[in-house]
Ligand binder design. Structure first.
Ligand SMILES: CCCC(=O)SCCNC(=O)CCNC(=O)[C@H](O)C(C)(C)COP(=O)(O)OP(=O)(O)OC[C@H]1O[C@@H](n2cnc3c(N)ncnc32)[C@H](O)[C@@H]1OP(=O)(O)O
Length: 302
């Protein structure tokens, strides 16, 4: 798949799945949920402040009789309930609503009610960038703050799962740093080389990993050739692994606010996908993310 229209079409064919929305009292969230329902992609259980949900629904003429609503005003409790619905098998995936990412993720990581698997959970963002013939993934812009080498390995594996769900057989992963040469003063470049070697030794499978790369020579063949970089991943990256959350989050929001990209975001590595976008993202992004999560759930046999 190469664009979100194809993802939406595929999710329509394979859905509907049920989402439990954590803190659902948000215009863009309710618009996305309603579009997903109308398209046959997903049904939703709305967890949050029922009065506020009703006010927003009235403004957009959304018939709430089609949804189960669980009235919980406290955002931590609403997040925990939304996660519990998935761990109890009453929904297939969680969606972050009008709540801090860390509040939802703490519920997801809770040893009792959460969705841990023993592996690292991480965020994968998928961008459809005008002028590019492929999706560009950014990971991890939202969950892992300063991942060590082993966590970076699992972040790559999680993003590769998303790529495989989109029928990308051997995605190219660029480990992005501030420069393309290993420099012991920049530990992320040392990790990048180690990740490339782990891939060559078969420890990271299902993809081709290269690094370190600058962002320019990861995504532009012209920039790579200008700098004389010869590598099968150079200029052709599908997945950009960033060194830490600051780099990833700034890259994510730069792409959203400075360009005409379409995008989606999910947390991967848990027992079920978690739809996770920025609160400032559009209803279109939230709908794309629901569709992506549906494809992830289908791929996992949920
Ligand atoms: C891109 C658009 C959306 C955004 O802009 S998002 C905005 C920026 N993102 C954020 O603010 C969230 C950043 N991350 C965090 O706040 C925290 O790392 C997070 C995820 C809430 C976890 O925080 P805490 O609960 O304080 O974590 P902790 O380090 O004390 O660990 C508690 C237990 O959870 C485990 N854990 C933490 N991160 C994990 C991970 N990625 N995968 C799997 N397990 C993980 C950790 O090992 C610990 O386990 P245990 O209790 O020792 O068994």
């Amino acid at each position: 798949m190469k664009n979100f229209q194809q993802i939406l079409n595929s999710a329509k064919e394979r859905g509907p799945k049920t989402i439990s929305v954590a803190v659902a009292q948000d215009l863009e969230v309710l618009m996305a949920v309603s579009q997903a329902k109308n398209m046959g992609i997903a049904d939703a259980i709305l967890v949050g402040d029922a009065e506020k949900i009703a006010e927003i629904a009235k403004d957009i003429h959304l018939d709430l009789n089609q949804y189960k609503i669980i009235d919980i005003k406290d955002i931590t409790e609403a997040s925990r309930k939304a996660v519990s619905l998935v761990s109890e098998g009453k929904a297939h995936m969680v969606m972050k609503g009008l709540v801090d990412t860390s509040v939802v993720l703490k519920a997801v990581l809770d040893p009792e009610i959460g969705l841990r698997t023993g592996n690292a959970l991480s965020h994968t963002a998928v961008f459809e960038v005008p002028g590019y013939d492929r999706f560009i993934f950014v990971t991890d812009a939202a969950m892992n703050i300063a991942p060590d080498l082993q966590t970076k390995k699992q972040i790559i594996e999680n993003a590769v799962q998303v790529a495989h769900a989109l029928d990308m057989e051997v995605p190219k992963v660029a480990v992005v740093c501030a420069k393309e040469k290993v420099d012991p003063k920049m530990p992320s470049t040392v990790d990048a080389k180690a990740l490339e070697e782990m891939n060559q030794q078969g420890e990271i499978a299902g993809c081709m990993v290269g690094g370190p790369f600058g962002l320019d020579n990861a995504v532009s063949e012209e920039a790579a050739s200008h700098k004389g970089i010869e590598h099968p991943v150079a200029g052709k990256a599908d997945i950009l692994l960033v060194p830490n959350i600051e780099a990833g989050n700034v890259l994510y929001k730069s792409m959203v606010f400075f360009s005409e990209t379409k995008n989606a975001g999910v947390i991967v590595g848990a027992k079920a996908p978690i739809v996770l976008t920025s609160r400032a993202d559009s209803d279109e992004t939230k709908l794309n993310s629901i569709a992506l999560a549906v494809l992830m759930a289908v791929k996992a046999g949920k």
